[in-house]
Write a protein that binds this ligand. Structure first.
Ligand SMILES: [Zn+2]
Ligand SMILES: [Zn+2]
Length: 139
């Protein structure tokens, strides 16, 4: 006879085995107080809300920033179609940046991010490299 355990989230009683409840070493019975289903849906909801950790939020900010800049490279007009890994922000020379040194644009809060976008061009990784190189060559 397997003991039952009531999930504190959905209130359903399920056998108190690791099959139904995730492991949680810090609790008395070694099992999570939520059933696996609830645990899953919790994480799914968190992801959907964009709260699944800093990385997801940074991704969301970058996507938003890309949209604000037209979603394509300022130099070669390549469309990013949501591919954040191909998109980079190039700070326009002579403009005062609100971005602290060694920070990413996505480290900023939404308001500052919007302000910083005014000082940046959206370019693809290739064009960004070319820009940096040209800048270097021109002193
Ligand atoms: Zn549950
Ligand atoms: Zn480009």
């Amino acid at each position: 006879m397997i003991a039952k355990k009531e999930c504190t989230r959905c209130g359903r009683s399920k056998p108190s085995t690791s099959e139904h409840f995730g492991r949680r070493t810090s609790s008395k019975d070694g099992l999570h107080y939520w059933c696996r289903e609830c645990d899953k849906s919790y994480h799914r909801e968190r992801r959907a809300a964009g709260l699944g950790g800093g990385r997801a939020l940074a991704q969301q900010k970058k996507l938003w920033a890309m949209e604000q800049k037209g979603g394509q490279c300022a130099d070669c007009s390549m469309r990013f179609d949501g591919r954040t890994e191909c998109a980079e922000f190039d700070h326009i020379r002579g403009r005062t940046s609100v971005l602290p040194a060694h920070s990413k644009i996505t480290d900023l809060g939404w308001k500052k991010l919007a302000a910083e976008l005014e000082n940046c061009d959206l370019v693809c990784a290739n064009c960004h490299k070319t820009r940096t190189k040209n800048r270097h060559n021109n002193g």
